[in-house]
Design a protein around this ligand. Structure first.
Ligand SMILES: *Cc1c(COP(=O)(O)O)cnc(C)c1O
Length: 429
């Protein structure tokens, strides 16, 4: 892998800029005079901002996503567009499917990438396997459970929750009790709870779900590639992730996979899913998963986004999943030790339950976390973020994912935090 330093990033951006500039109209045909055309029928003139070039700052994205995209993936996304129904595009999609099967450790045929961010996969999973009125059980220990509960509520499911404080862990007994009580068709759990910095154990839960005739849905948006998950071996029925976290692709695509149990449920429903765009009977054809020889037009997939996603899955395959997990753990442990040396407290006390891709730091007493974050952005060009949902005002979150997961970046983050703690005086509160 290319080392993620600012020089590499800058080089990639300069190359991009040169390509853009060479395609700009010559200065002898400026757009400005068109503004003054007297006889225009338009009442809204071209906005001045649109006559200025795009400016995007160079930043270290050490929040919980998106993370910095390595030049190789940027370059893949910048390839010329081909048609979404060209045979070469089907090849790219077939490759993506194989890459996801590897990353998820599954042989599921019904594997694809959603045209949309992680939320598209969340909605796709719930919309396709649940019918209005059916019971859904959601484990809530941070924002992602809250979101899935709301998604299920909106489509008319009967939603039940088991709730813990952010970062709380559910025992398999907690879960089985709730499965027996609510008899849900679907149980949702977040593997990498990025609002709390927790990686939740998954072993045994899939078996409990089978016993209770429930589908087991797991969110690995923040953990895929950073912490071990074995879709087939752990009996996960539906698994999804996102493109912009440890996979390091731009946001906008989301891998998802359904096993045979999940397919049986979703293809034998009485009502149609509420979303046309996310209807798996159409998507399975678009991805060549339904056994038919022809793929029909359903929607136009994000061609550039798929090129980039393919490249990010290729990088993961080249590195190897186990090496990627080991590497994230090693850099995370190095970072955690540095934080503790500075006197900071980690929000998840148990090392084995900490998410290696997103670290949560308890806000040091007396400090205003917004001031700390602003200071680091302004003086170090480093993004870190506060909490989300129930973890707001409780934590600062630092993501070192994929390409960004390097000891050198951990050092940058530690130095920025130390500087911010020195400069942002404690409030008197
Ligand atoms: C980021 C994230 C999501 C949402 O993904 P989007 O791409 O922002 O829609 C879902 N689940 C988890 C655990 C996440 O970290």
């Amino acid at each position: 892998m290319v080392k993620p330093n600012l020089t590499n990033l800058r080089g990639a951006l300069l190359a991009q800029q040169a390509a853009v500039e060479s395609s700009l109209p010559p200065m002898s045909s400026p757009l400005q005079p068109r503004l003054d055309r007297a006889m225009s029928s338009l009442t809204i003139p071209p906005p001045a901002c649109m006559l200025r070039p795009l400016e995007v700052p160079l930043r270290y994205l050490f929040g919980p996503g998106p993370s910095n995209v390595p030049p190789r993936i940027l370059a893949a996304g910048a390839r010329p567009i081909i048609g979404h129904l060209h045979p070469e595009m089907y090849e790219v999609m077939n490759d993506i499917k194989k890459g996801i099967q590897y990353a998820f450790q599954t042989q599921n045929n019904m594997t694809m990438a959603m045209s949309g961010s992680g939320h598209a996969a969340m909605e796709c999973a719930v919309f396709n396997v649940v019918e209005p009125g059916e019971s859904v059980l959601v484990a809530v220990n941070g924002i992602w459970g809250e979101r899935v509960a709301e998604i299920a509520e909106r489509m008319g499911a009967s939603v039940h929750t088991i709730v813990k404080a952010p970062g709380g862990v559910f025992t398999n007994e907690d879960i089985e009790k709730a499965l027996a009580k609510h008899k849900p068709v679907l149980f949702f759990l977040t593997h990498g709870e990025s609002s709390a910095g927790l990686v939740h154990p998954v072993d045994g839960i899939g078996d409990l779900c089978r016993k209770h005739n429930t589908l087991f849905l797991v969110d690995t948006v923040a953990s895929l590639g950073a912490a071990p998950i074995f879709m087939d071996q752990q009996n996960v029925d539906i698994l999804y992730t996102g493109s912009q976290k440890a996979l390091n692709a731009p946001p906008g695509t989301a891998p998802i996979s359904f096993n045979e149990r999940a397919c049986r449920k979703m293809f034998n429903r009485k009502t149609k899913p509420v979303s046309y765009l996310f209807d798996m009977s159409h998507l399975s054809n678009y991805w060549g998963n339904d056994g038919k020889s022809a793929r029909q037009y359903h929607h136009t997939g994000p061609v550039s986004g798929f090129f980039a996603l393919r490249e990010s899955l290729a990088i993961l395959a080249e590195m190897g999943l186990e090496e990627s997990w080991r590497h994230h753990k090693e850099v995370a442990e190095y970072f955690w030790a540095g934080l503790e040396d500075m006197g900071l407290q980690l929000f998840i006390p148990d090392k084995d339950l900490r998410l290696p891709s997103v670290t949560t730091i308890t806000i040091p007493e007396g400090y205003n976390w917004r001031e700390l974050l602003q200071y680091m952005m302004q003086h170090h060009q480093i993004e870190m973020t506060g909490g989300l949902g129930p973890s707001v005002d409780k934590v600062i979150r630092v993501g070192l994912m994929g390409y960004n997961c390097q000891k050198r970046n951990a050092d940058l983050a530690l130095a920025a935090l130390a500087d911010a703690l020195r400069k942002c005086k404690k409030s008197k509160a």
